[in-house]
Each structure stands twice: as structure tokens, then as C-alpha cells.
Design a protein around this ligand. Structure first.
Ligand code: NAD
Ligand code: WQD
Length: 352
């Protein structure tokens, strides 16, 4: 008998990272149910996913703050086996200007989701966390999953609160949880059909540099060049978004493997799974090294100016990549050069 394909619910699917992750799950024959309010994306992404995967998916245009509407998704889809939860506004600077917006958006919405998961007994979740939870000024990179955590902006605080909520629910309500701490994902799908195309001037480095390469912005502002790094500019662990996407499938499969182990060994079902993994390369590139790479890929000169440091920035943020490799059997497979090539292809395809 043909194996029944699995169904998963995705919150905030049409966003940058999830739209790439969906291609991985669809190609593994998952049914995907999506919730998105289109506040930072548009419905055209759906057509592009269908063009890439030839697969259909169920889309709900709703805001997960609307608990009554959100609950209908759980009522309509008893087949859901798990949730991939991306719910978060993610701009550090914006979070410092409006902490309450972030507490509501990121924590209260997640609280809504978790209540529905408890009510409908849907307890498998992969959560999108961030390297921002690491107490980086007090740590020596590369950061490991058991390093001390501590936050310096409301965005990072909301991520850490959500990690703690999930740990509590795993321990006391038998949720099965994998937290993925992303470092610096960069786009785009090799088809050039989907990538990070925020509706406003990007705060992240690589989309900003590519808008300079595409003559949309005059020059790059390098936030300070006197850090304790190879050339004085900030060093980060950039990772191709498709490697991030594939890590979500490995994380979800880890939960399924655990559940199958309990069933095969007839172990009391009131057991829970909780783990944390860096998503990552373990390698770091400085701002100037990234600019040089973009110049090589685009064959364009990227003008820049050195300006004052951005509040909250740190010298170096690099992941220790060993745990995901040992436990999930997962390591990154795409080079920075390929990531920049794929991103540039997206820019050129979407500006023609
Ligand atoms: P994104 O902004 O591209 O995607 C967010 C999506 O959520 C958008 O499609 C938006 O329309 C939708 N949305 C916003 N408010 C909503 C609401 N109330 N109800 C339903 N949908 C809503 O973000 P992204 O870059 O894809 O990030 C996804 C996750 O990854 C976030 O949790 C973010 O914190 C985390 N993360 C991102 C990065 C990064 O550099 N992009 C790094 C670390 C962690
Ligand atoms: C990278 C480097 C900047 C822009 C952020 C969030 C983090 C996560 C990933 C959500 C730094 C420098 C940048 C520019 C620059 N997002 N830079 N000029 O700050 O490492 O991480 O995105 O979870 O939470 O904090 O990424 O791309 O903003 O900066 O010089 O115009 O580039 O100083 O060294 P960051 P970034």
C-alpha cells in the first residue's frame, strides 16, 4: 500500500526562509498547510513554489494573532503531524525602537500557537530560533549549543523566551521540540525564482550589498572597521538558505524517528524530546571579504564608506557546527560563492 504522505503546518510560510524550506518538504512528498498574513511577502510566492515543485499546498491568508481564525486551521486539518514555526518579526533595530511590538508579535503569537497545539494534541514542533540568544560578548566564538545565553535586544529576548516556553512544554506537557539557532542565512533558491526580497531597504548585509550591485542603492555603509577581526570589519557565519531549509527536514525527521523508537519499543508515550542545534557553517567571513566575493560574482565594483558601529553589533559570530553533524548527520553543502551566485541570479531575474 502506498505510504500515506505526511502533513505539516507552517506558520509564516511565504516568508524568506520558509518559502525555501517548503520546496524541501514538498519534494519529500509532504502536504503543506500554510498560514501567513502577507505582511512581509506576497501571494506570488505560491505560484513560484508550484513552478519549482509542481506541488499544491493549502494556504490560509490569516493573522495568527486572530486565535479564532487560527483555530479553524487545526479543526480543518486533523491530519497535521507537526508544526514548523517561523513566527517572528526579526529586525534587531526595529525591536529596540518598539519592544512591545516584538513581545506581542513573537511571544504572544507563539503562545497562541502552543495553546492550540496542546488543545489539538499536535505536539511536534521545529522552532526557528537565532544566534542572537547567545551571550556573545562573554563567549569566545565559535558558539556551541550549551554555551551561556543572554540577550541584548528585545528581538533576541523574544527568541530566548520562546526557547524557554518550549523547554517547559516539552518537560511538563510532553511536547517534542527541536530549536534551530540560525546564524546568518543568505538566499536564494538556485532557480532564481525565490529569494529574500524584503519590501523595504534591507537591514541585513548581503541583500543590501546586492542592491548596491544592482544600482538600487549608491554604496554600502560598513558599520565600523576597528573590530578585533581579520580586517577590522564584522565577521559572521553566513549559510546558504537551502542548507538551512534542508536542516529543517533533518530536524523534523529527528522528532519522527524518536516517536517511532518509542512506539517500536512500546515505551510510555508520555515521553518528550527536546534539543537545540546551530544552523551554521562553522566558518566566518568579514564584511570586506563578502564585498570582494560579490564583486567577483557580479563583476561590478561595490563602493563603500566606513561609518560608525551599529548599536548591538559584535565583532564575531560563528557557530560550532559539530552537534548537527553528529546528531542530525547534517552539515552545510553549498559554498559562499554559490550562495552569492544564486542570490545575484534572483536579483537579475526579478529586476528584468
Ligand atoms: P520573513 O520576514 O521573510 O518571513 C516572515 C513571514 O511572516 C512573512 O511572510 C510575513 O508576511 C509573515 N507574517 C508576519 N506577521 C504575521 C502574522 N501575524 N501572521 C501570519 N504571518 C505573519 O522572515 P524570515 O527571514 O523568513 O525569518 C523567518 C524566521 O527565521 C523568523 O523566526 C526569524 O526570527 C528567523 N531567523 C531569520 C534570520 C534571517 O537572517 N533571516 C536569522 C535567524 C533567525
Ligand atoms: C552582518 C555584518 C554588520 C549591514 C542579524 C540579526 C540576527 C539574524 C541575522 C534574525 C555585521 C555588517 C550590515 C550593513 C554592515 N536575524 N553590516 N553594513 O547583524 O549578524 O544578524 O541578521 O534572527 O538576529 O541580528 O546580520 O547582515 O545585519 O550584519 O557593515 O549595511 O555586516 O555590522 O558585522 P547580523 P547583518
Amino acid at each position: 500500500m502506498e505510504e500515506q504522505s505526511r502533513s505539516i503546518l507552517i506558520t509564516w510560510w511565504l516568508g524568506y526562509i520558509w518559502s525555501h524550506t517548503s520546496t524541501v518538504f514538498l519534494e519529500e512528498d509532504y502536504n503543506i498547510i500554510i498560514v501567513d498574513n502577507l505582511s512581509n511577502s506576497d501571494i506570488s510566492v505560491l505560484d513560484k513554489i508550484k513552478e519549482i515543485t509542481w506541488k499544491k499546498l493549502k494556504f490560509y491568508d490569516l493573522d495568527i494573532r486572530n486565535l479564532e481564525e487560527f483555530e479553524k486551521v487545526f479543526k480543518n486539518h486533523p491530519e497535521i503531524e507537526g508544526i514548523i514555526h517561523f513566527a517572528a518579526k526579526k529586525a534587531v533595530g526595529e525591536s529596540c525602537q518598539d519592544p512591545f511590538l516584538y513581545y506581542e508579535n513573537n511571544v504572544i503569537w507563539t503562545h497562541n500557537l502552543l495553546k492550540l497545539m496542546q488543545k489539538y494534541n499536535k505536539k511536534n514542533i521545529v522552532f526557528s530560533s537565532s544566534a542572537t540568544v547567545y551571550d556573545s560578548p562573554k563567549l569566545l566564538p565559535p558558539f556551541s549549543e550549551n554555551d551561556r545565553v543572554g540577550t541584548y535586544n528585545p528581538y533576541g529576548t523574544t527568541k530566548l523566551i520562546m526557547e524557554y516556553m518550549l523547554k517547559d512544554l516539552a518537560t511538563f506537557k510532553w511536547f517534542n521540540v527541536v530549536n534551530l539557532r540560525y546564524f546568518n542565512p543568505i538566499w536564494a533558491h538556485h532557480s532564481g525564482l525565490i529569494g529574500e526580497d524584503p519590501k523595504w531597504v534591507p537591514s541585513n548585509l548581503i541583500p543590501y550589498i546586492l542592491k548596491v550591485a544592482n544600482w538600487e542603492i549608491e554604496h554600502v555603509q560598513i558599520f565600523w572597521d576597528d573590530y578585533d577581526t581579520v580586517d577590522g570589519t564584522g565577521v559572521r557565519d553566513y549559510i546558504h538558505v537551502m542548507d538551512v531549509a534542508e536542516a529543517h527536514l533533518s530536524a523534523f525527521n529527528q522528532i519522527l524517528k524518536y516517536r517511532e523508537y518509542l512506539l517500536e519499543n512500546k515505551i510510555d508515550s508520555n515521553r518528550w524530546y527536546f534539543d537545540i542545534f546551530n544552523i551554521w557553517t562553522g566558518d566566518g567571513k568579514s564584511v570586506k571579504e563578502i564585498i570582494e566575493l560579490v564583486e567577483k560574482v557580479t563583476e561590478k565594483e561595490i563602493p563603500y564608506k566606513i561609518v560608525s558601529r551599529r548599536p548591538g553589533d559584535i565583532d564575531t559570530s560563528i557557530a560550532n557546527a559539530q552537534k548537527a553533524k553528529q546528531v542530525l548527520g547534517r552539515e552545510y553543502s553549498r559554498s559562499m560563492y554559490q550562495a552569492i551566485e544564486d542570490a545575484w541570479r534572483f536579483i537579475q531575474k526579478n529586476n528584468s
